[in-house]
Ligand binder design. Sequence first.
Ligand SMILES: C[S@@+](CC[C@H](N)C(=O)[O-])C[C@H]1O[C@@H](n2cnc3c(N)ncnc32)[C@H](O)[C@@H]1O
Length: 252
Amino acid sequence: MTTQQDDISTPESNAPVRDAASTQPGAMEVKRRRAVKHKARAQFDSWAHTYDRSIVQHLLFQPSYRLFMQELYRWRKDMSAPFDLLDIGAGTGTWTAMVAGSPLPSRRVVGLDYSKNMCQAAHRKAAEVGAGAPGFINGDAEHLPFEDGSFDVVTCSNSFHHYPHQQAAIIEMRRILRPEGRLMLIDGFRDNVIGWTVFDFFITRAESTPTAKVFHAPWSQMRSYFEHAGFREVRQRKSGIWAPIFITMGVV
Ligand SMILES: C[S@@+](CC[C@H](N)C(=O)[O-])C[C@H]1O[C@@H](n2cnc3c(N)ncnc32)[C@H](O)[C@@H]1O
């Protein structure tokens, strides 16, 4: 079985590991990665119109935004300097609208998503925020259309298990962060019985096809992705019982 970790090399130092992203994949692997992305786009293009009314909002998505907000406040509450935030796999833009509408001194808030319909829904929501509203870009987490060091914080919730080359995505996220910038990433916690049942069994079955499987990275593997990409002070926290999630944070 091909695992997500197959092309991770172990760095001697904490420097970004660009070779893991640039290793040339074989034709089968290229095909697999393309299939996973196409599947995600189709799934979310068709879900975009009802996404905000889904039961999963209460179980998973809203708790994720609250967790992000707690961590963002903890970090920025005593800092008056404005910050630029990118949310990857932004969905309908609820989290970015929360940031832009919060008292925190956000300057530039951007959401990026692979699904065009999700981006359109996010644009409509942003129009309600008014001044300082987030902007949205249709794009792929593995190929971020930003210069090195463009943001102070990158967030990503409930999206990462759809990425077919997870290490490459983390390396890309680190690339666009400024020194002292932070990555905060939330996904399903599958390292206990409840989490395994919810994420490895039900959600993975619901969201995968035989050729396009999603993958919830275990706690330790997520940590190793961050460390291999060159993040320091990597910290993790689990939250929730019946639909457990975990956040992994790293500093550039
Ligand atoms: C379950 S939604 C999560 C949305 C939002 N972050 C939240 O927590 O409500 C997953 C999102 O990830 C997006 N996505 C999947 N693969 C992606 C990729 N390769 N690059 C960027 N976004 C992707 C999907 O289009 C979808 O909008």
